[in-house]
Design a protein around this ligand. Structure first.
Ligand code: FES
Ligand SMILES: [Fe+2]
Length: 360
């Protein structure tokens, strides 16, 4: 695939693992944003994500490095690095090397997952990873759902797709009928692209014969940057989902998808997901896989051939997405305010330029 004409180094939060995959003491190898990295969990439970190479003489910490208390110890000469990536011990000297630091990425654990903040300019995080329970303010907590990992998740590494494709689903009302076989095209009830965290809600139903007017179900989603989105359903099987796309290199991304299914009566305290939970999450995963099938073979179309009805949504989404790409300032633009700027057709600009040069 030709690399997409969109940077594979957008700013934001990106899932690099599910929490249970990084057990205490483990040093987990991975590659994101073209960089070798390691994730490790200290004795007290804190997860850190580092560039993989020791700042001393460059050993890869994922090959033989180990965790000692709150530090990561290099296998080559035993130098110890704390969670911030600072050297705290050179075993054969009286003092640590205070000047050297391994790049350590801001890391949070939320929604059963590990997230890193990536920014080419190394700015501190200026938005957060949404909480799939607290941020929907409906009083539900993780205890009301079956634990999703690993049975209600899918991991599809190294797909040729860009994180923005997944976000564009949030304005793409027409695909639901064709990809997800919904009986009608959903209606978006909310589009808010005013900040780095956007909100998209729509009415949708899957039962045969349902119509937009008669539908009594829908989905709400919160999208933080291009790497993370969380959704909550209403009026249908109680489910929450979390698609997460993390660039690996210039052409590929790892895709993870996590599904929480609401516990059915009698299974409130089941320690693991039950047969019912697995069947229900399977239906949800099937829908997501139908999307992946399209995305992983898609070529980014710019400018796209949009129908009249699609124009405003895609324009707002793509305008919103630009703020996450390098060389662009974080914006706080409301779609309405930027309309004039975006809609001046090129022919009109050319005419204005020509007029200006005639007058000068
Ligand atoms: S390379 Fe890591 S301690 Fe020497
Ligand atoms: Fe979709």
């Amino acid at each position: 695939m030709a690399p997409p004409p969109l940077s594979m180094e957008p700013t934001g939060w990106f899932q690099v693992a599910w929490s249970p995959e990084i057990s205490v003491g483990a040093v987990h190898k991975m590659k994101y944003f073209g960089r070798e990295m390691v994730a490790w969990r200290s004795a007290s439970g804190r997860v850190s994500v580092f560039d993989a190479y020791c700042e001393h003489l460059g050993a890869h910490l994922g090959y033989g490095g180990h965790v000692d208390g709150e530090n990561l110890v290099c296998p080559f000469h035993g130098w110890e690095w704390n969670a911030e990536g600072r050297n705290v011990c050179v075993p054969y000297e009286n003092h640590p090397n205070k000047g050297r630091r391994i790049r350590s990425y801001p890391t949070v654990e939320r929604n059963a997952a590990v997230w890193i903040w990536y920014d080419v300019e190394r700015r501190e995080p200026y938005f957060g990873v949404p909480d799939i329970f607290a941020d929907f303010s409906d009083g539900k907590t993780a205890d009301d759902y079956y634990p999703p990992f690993p049975a209600a998740t899918i991991y599809r590494p190294g797909l040729e797709l860009h994180p923005q494709y997944v976000m564009e689903n949030g304005v793409d009302f027409a695909h639901f009928k064709f990809v997800h076989k919904t009986p009608f095209m959903p209606d978006f009830t909310r589009h808010d692209f005013s900040g780095p965290v956007s909100y998209v809600d729509f009415t949708i139903a899957f039962e045969e014969g349902a119509t937009l007017e008669s539908a009594t179900s829908g989905v709400e989603s919160i999208n933080a940057g291009l790497g993370v989105s969380v959704t909550r359903s209403w009026g249908m099987i109680d489910n929450r989902t979390m698609p997460a796309v993390t660039p690996v290199d210039e052409t590929t991304s790892d895709v993870r998808f996590t599904v929480w299914i609401g516990r059915k009566p009698g299974e409130e305290t089941a320690p693991d997901i039950t047969e019912y939970g697995k069947i229900m999450s399977g239906f949800v995963i099937e829908q997501f896989e139908a999307d992946i099938h399209i995305w992983s073979h898609q070529r980014y179309s710019d400018p796209p051939a949009l129908s009249r009805k699609e124009f405003a949504g895609f324009r707002a989404l793509r305008q919103w997405a630009t703020q996450f790409y390098p060389e662009s300032e974080p914006t706080d633009t409301r779609p309405g305010e930027s309309e004039e700027l975006v809609t001046v057709p090129k022919s009109e600009l050319d005419r204005l330029r020509a007029a200006a040069s005639l007058g000068s």
